[in-house]
Design a protein around this ligand. Structure first.
Ligand SMILES: [Zn+2]
Length: 262
């Protein structure tokens, strides 16, 4: 099995110690490696001893997709296909929350009521937790929002062979599969972004807050992100909130070629 994926989290204290001219997306270099966890909240101590508590703005599906890329790079093609397939499922979850955003927040980005998310969280864990139902909910919401049927990436054939029949895909099969998922996610992110031009805020930038609040409710400790330190973002291949991702043309193969050899 490949090493579990680690996320390199940058330290904001180190960031502010640098002069303005030297600060950038990857400067200073991230100094803290955290295991890929199931929660977006973290506590860290950087190499220089700064302590930091915060939450990651990267969505779960983006992290799972990165995990697929890493498996591909390490020549674990079954694991790569599985991660890409699960990333796509989690992307539908992301999309459902995005398309329902106006039910959660008003135009001033304020929650529409303290019970809105707990009620939705209950509904989600009882009724919407199954991936087939999520796909149905996503398609309905999408048709309602855009007046057209979503163009879905049909991943079922290879996915079922790999997950249910123990099939070992080739590098090329895994790469083509990953690119199919990537293209599909990109196309939807672009549509969401275009639809939000002129809105008071882009819905994609608020999904993670809702996801974290829902995670907190599941853990029975309601967490408001504002109370949990500041937001940090790790640089990943997929980023639903930046147009350089969904308007860009970098392929998974290009990205792997640019990664440092470990
Ligand atoms: Zn630091």
């Amino acid at each position: 099995m490949p090493d579990s994926m680690k996320l390199a989290i940058p330290c904001s204290s180190c960031f502010y110690l640098l002069p303005d001219s030297q600060r950038g997306l990857n400067a200073p270099r991230p100094t803290y490696l955290r295991e890929l966890g199931n929660t977006s909240l973290y506590d860290m101590t950087c190499d220089r001893g700064h302590q930091q508590r915060g939450w990651l703005a990267n969505h779960k599906f983006e992290i799972l997709f990165e995990s697929g890329i890493k498996a591909l790079k390490d020549e674990y093609y079954r694991e790569a296909v599985t991660s890409f397939a699960v990333a796509l499922e989690r992307f539908y979850e992301f999309s459902i929350i995005l398309l329902l955003m106006d039910n959660f927040f008003d135009e001033n980005q304020r929650l529409r009521g303290l019970d809105v998310l707990p009620k939705f969280g209950k509904f989600w864990s009882k009724t919407l937790k199954f991936s087939e139902r999520q796909l149905g909910a996503f398609c309905s919401l999408y048709i309602s929002e855009f007046g057209q049927i979503p163009l879905l990436f049909d991943d079922s054939e290879l996915r079922n062979k790999v997950i249910h029949a123990g099939y070992i895909p080739t590098l090329n099969e895994a790469l083509v599969f990953g690119e199919g998922v990537n293209k599909s996610i990109k196309q939807f992110c672009k549509k969401y972004d275009e639809k939000d031009v002129g809105r008071p805020y882009k819905r994609a930038t608020y999904v993670q807050r809702v996801s974290i609040a829902l995670d907190g409710l599941k853990l029975k400790s309601p967490l408001i992100t504002a109370d949990y330190g500041h937001m940090t973002k790790v640089s990943l291949f997929v980023d639903a909130t930046v147009d350089s991702y969904f308007n860009g043309s970098i392929t998974i193969a290009d990205y792997i070629a640019s990664m440092p050899t470990s």
